[in-house]
Write a new protein. Structure first.
Length: 241
């Protein structure tokens, strides 16, 4: 009898039905980012264009960075996958989302950054969680795109409360001045991309950009984000930052 090859089946991460892929074809078809023309461009640049259309979000209106690329609005499936990555010890999901970002966003970019920078977390939170989800995203993006990333160019000096537990004013006070930037790391760099899993109010990313600009005002900063959340002030349990 001739040996036969058997398909390796497992369950779809979203619907839990048997499939040969990480996400089954039916669930992938339901992913809004697959067909989202607005998100196939730099959203900061889009808002600067002289058109009647604008992406009305505080993160973009108050941006302290030069460009923003988003995989999707924080909705299904990211609203399922990002919490699993962040809080439920499923680091392999970072690879999936990074590959989606490349397939559906990076392919539309005119140029790529010199280096990638993950949003740093404090060592105490790193010790408890076991990993930094932004760093995992950087790992995969760097591997696939052949772009180096600077792991310790920025560190978090102070341990702070999770941003998801705070309202807008408390978020601003909580994050102010928590980053320390290595000046030498940015000496020969002209364009960086800061990688994050989800952005809500933009408080964290804006404070990080201010800290970088203070020591390296020549740098162009683009933000690569998996999910852009619609922030609701009354919702103190938002996942984002």
């Amino acid at each position: 009898m001739k040996p036969t090859l058997k398909a390796i089946w497992h369950r779809c991460l979203l619907c839990l039905q048997s499939t040969e892929q990480v996400i089954c074809p039916l669930c992938l078809a339901d992913c809004g980012f697959v067909n989202a023309p607005l998100l196939t461009q730099d959203l900061v640049e889009f808002n600067l264009n002289d058109t009647t259309e604008h992406f009305a979000h505080d993160v973009i209106v108050n941006a302290k960075f030069d460009g923003l690329w988003v995989l999707d609005i924080y909705q299904y499936p990211l609203s399922v996958l990002i919490p699993k990555l962040k809080f439920y010890q499923q680091p392999h999901l970072a690879r999936l989302m990074a590959q989606w970002f490349i397939l559906h966003r990076v392919v539309h970019m005119d140029s790529l950054p010199d280096v990638l920078i993950p949003i740093p977390i404090h060592w105490r939170r790193m010790w408890r969680r076991g990993y930094n989800q932004s760093q995992l995203l950087c790992d995969e993006l760097s591997r696939c795109l052949k772009i180096p990333y600077l792991e310790n160019a920025v560190i978090r000096k102070h341990y702070t409360k999770p941003q998801s537990e705070l309202n807008l004013d408390a978020r601003r006070a909580n994050i102010k001045g928590v980053f320390r930037v290595d000046i030498q790391a940015f000496k020969d760099v002209s364009h960086i991309a800061i990688v994050d899993d989800v952005i809500t109010t933009g408080t964290t990313i804006n404070d990080l950009c201010r800290s970088i600009y203070q020591v390296a005002p020549h740098i162009s900063i683009t933000v690569w984000c998996m999910g852009l959340s619609v922030y609701e002030p009354a919702d103190d349990k938002a996942v984002g930052k």
